[in-house]
Design a protein around this ligand. Structure first.
Ligand code: SAH
Ligand code: SF4
Length: 455
C-alpha cells in the first residue's frame, strides 16, 4: 500500500504556514535532484515561493549526499557560512536532509557543530517536511526526525520540476546490491518499485503539461518490479511507457551490468521512443577488483554485453561510472581499466577517486591505495576517457541529428542548446525555435564536450 501524500497533508494541520521565500541547494545525484523537486513542490503547495538568492530566503534547505567524502565536506563548509546569515536574521529557518542524515551519528554531529540548524530529516520521511516546518514556526522547537527504515512508497507528492521540457520520473527506490564501497543501500533502504499504473499516470500528466522527454530513475532500474504483485519487469514497463501518446523520448538510469538483459536491449531497439543511450557503470576493468567490489560480473562479461548492445543498437551511446584507487588496486589492475575504456569507447564517463565510507566493507579492507597513486591513475583515466569521447564526437561532423531544444545556451546566448536522441549536447544557431521543439541540426564541428551545429 502506498502512502497518499494528499491525505498526509490533511493531517498535518498547517493552517498558519506564513508566506516566505525558500532556497534549496542539492548535492549529489539525479535522485537527490528529484527529491529536491518534491521538497520544492511541497513548499509551493503550502504557499511558499522559491528563490535562487540565498540572502532573500526565510528558509534554507540543504539536500545532502554522502556517496563520497568531498560531497559531505561541501555541506559542512556551507552550513558554517550560514552562521552569519542566521545572526542577521534570527527567524531564518535552516533545514538539512537527504542521504547524509541517514548515517549513524551524523545528525547529532551536525546539531552539535551547527546549533543554528532548525530541522533535520532523512530520506524516508521527506514527505513530512511541511509538518516539521510548521512545528518550528509555531512551537519554536528544533526538529530532528530520521526513520531508520524505509516506509511504503509515497504517491501524490507535488513536484516542482526544473525544466518544462524534460522530467525525471522515479520508478523505484533503494538498492539491494551492496557494492562494497557504496553507502547507498544503507541510506536509501531496500529496493521497492512503484506500481506501473502510478508511473504511467505520472507520465500522462507530464504529457498534458507539454513535457517531451522523461528519464526514468532508479539505483538499479533493471530490478524494477521484482517485489510487485503485478506481472511486470523493466522491459515490460519500457514497452508500456512507449505506448503513451505524446511523449517523444524516454531514457533511464542506472543499469547494473549484471542485470541488464536482452529483453531490455530489444525493447530499446524496437520501441521508437526509447533513446539509444545506456548508462552502464563498469567501476573497474580488473576481475580481481570487480570481485572485491561485489559487482558479480567480469571484464569479459561486460565487454560481451557491450558487443551485444552495439550489434543490436548501432547508434547507441554508452556512458559509465569508474572508480580508481579501490583497496588493493595495483598498477596492473588499473591498466585493465584503461584497456576496457579504450575498447568500449564511451560517449562520456563519470570518473571518481575511491573515497572511504564508514562502515562499508571496503573501508575495512587492507591495502588502501596511497593518495598519490590514486591521483596519478585518475589523471590518466580522464585522459583516456576524453580521448574516446573526442573520437566518438568526431563521427558526428557533417551529420544531421535530431535535437530536442532545451532553450538558450548557458555559455553563449546567441546559440540554442539541446540534446540528440543518444544524449549528445548540441549548441547551434537557428531562428524561430523554442524550447520543446524537435529540430534537425547539421553538426559542423565536434568539441570535447559538445557538438556545434546549425539548423
Ligand atoms: N546506483 C548507481 C549509482 C550509485 S552512486 C549505480 O550503481 O551505478 C554513483 C557512482 O558513485 C557509482 O556508480 C560509483 O562509481 C561512485 N561511488 C559510489 N561510492 C563511491 C565511493 N565510496 N568512492 C568513490 N566513488 C563512489
Ligand atoms: Fe551503490 Fe552498487 Fe547499489 Fe549502485 S548498485 S547504488 S553502486 S550499492
Amino acid at each position: 500500500m502506498a502512502i497518499d501524500f494528499k491525505e498526509e497533508l490533511k493531517n498535518m494541520n498547517i493552517e498558519n504556514m506564513g508566506k516566505q521565500h525558500f532556497f534549496i541547494q542539492t548535492y549529489g545525484c539525479q535522485m537527490n535532484e528529484e527529491d529536491s523537486e518534491k521538497l520544492s513542490g511541497m513548499l509551493k503547495r503550502v504557499g511558499y515561493t522559491k528563490t535562487e538568492v540565498l540572502e532573500e530566503a526565510g528558509i534554507i534547505i540543504y539536500n545532502t549526499c554522502c556517496v563520497r567524502e568531498n560531497a559531505e565536506n561541501k555541506v559542512f563548509g556551507n552550513l558554517g557560512e550560514l552562521k552569519h546569515l542566521k545572526k542577521k536574521n534570527p527567524d531564518l529557518i535552516i533545514a538539512v536532509c537527504g542521504c547524509m542524515m541517514q548515517q549513524e551519528g551524523m545528525a547529532d554531529k551536525i546539531l552539535k557543530k551547527f546549533p543554528h540548524v532548525n530541522i533535520i530529516f532523512g530520506t524516508h520521511n521527506a514527505y513530512k517536511f511541511p509538518e516539521y516546518l510548521n512545528r518550528v514556526r509555531t512551537e519554536g522547537v528544533q526538529v530532528k526526525e530520521i526513520f531508520n527504515k524505509e516506509t511504503d512508497i509515497v504517491e501524490g507528492v507535488p513536484i516542482d520540476r526544473q525544466s518544462d521540457v524534460k522530467a525525471f520520473v522515479t520508478i523505484m527506490y533503494g538498492c539491494n546490491n551492496f557494492c562494497t564501497y557504496c553507502v547507498v543501500p544503507y541510506v536509501r533502504g531496500r529496493e521497492r518499485s512503484r506500481k506501473s499504473d502510478d508511473i504511467i499516470n505520472e507520465i500522462k500528466d507530464l504529457v498534458g503539461k507539454g513535457y517531451k522527454e522523461i528519464t526514468l530513475l532508479g539505483q538499479n532500474v533493471n530490478s524494477y518490479g521484482k517485489e510487485l504483485e503485478e506481472n511486470i519487469d523493466f522491459a515490460k514497463l519500457l514497452r508500456k511507457i512507449n505506448e503513451v501518446d505524446g511523449i517523444e523520448r524516454v531514457r533511464f538510469m542506472t543499469s547494473h551490468p549484471k542485470d541488464l538483459n536482452k529483453d531490455v536491449i530489444l525493447a530499446i531497439k524496437e520501441c521508437d521512443k526509447l533513446c539509444e543511450q545506456i548508462h552502464l557503470p563498469v567501476q573497474s576493468g580488473s576481475d580481481k577488483i570487480l570481485k572485491k567490489m561485489n559487482r558479480h560480473y567480469t571484464k569479459e562479461y561486460y565487454l560481451e554485453l557491450v558487443d551485444m548492445i552495439k550489434k543490436e543498437i548501432p547508434d547507441v551511446s554508452l556512458t559509465t561510472d569508474i572508480i580508481v584507487g579501490f583497496p588493493g588496486e595495483t598498477e596492473e589492475d588499473f591498466l585493465e581499466t584503461l584497456d576496457l575504456v579504450e575498447r568500449v569507447g564511451y560517449d562520456s564517463a563519470f570518473t571518481f577517486i575511491y573515497s572511504r565510507r564508514n562502515n562499508t566493507p571496503a573501508d575495512m579492507m587492507l591495502n588502501q591505495v596511497p593518495d598519490a597513486d590514486k591521483h596519478h591513475r585518475f589523471d590518466r583515466l580522464i585522459k583516456a576517457v576524453n580521448d574516446g569521447v573526442i573520437r566518438s564526437n568526431k563521427v558526428y561532423e557533417g551529420k544531421v541529428v535530431e535535437v530536442l531544444v532545451e532553450g538558450p545556451s548557458k555559455n553563449d546566448e546567441t546559440k540554442l542548446t539541446g540534446r540528440t536522441r543518444n544524449g549528445k549536447l548540441v549548441n547551434f544557431v537557428g531562428e524561430n525555435i523554442k524550447a520543446g521543439d524537435l529540430v534537425n541540426v547539421k553538426i559542423v564541428r565536434a568539441q570535447p564536450f559538445s557538438l556545434i551545429g546549425e539548423v
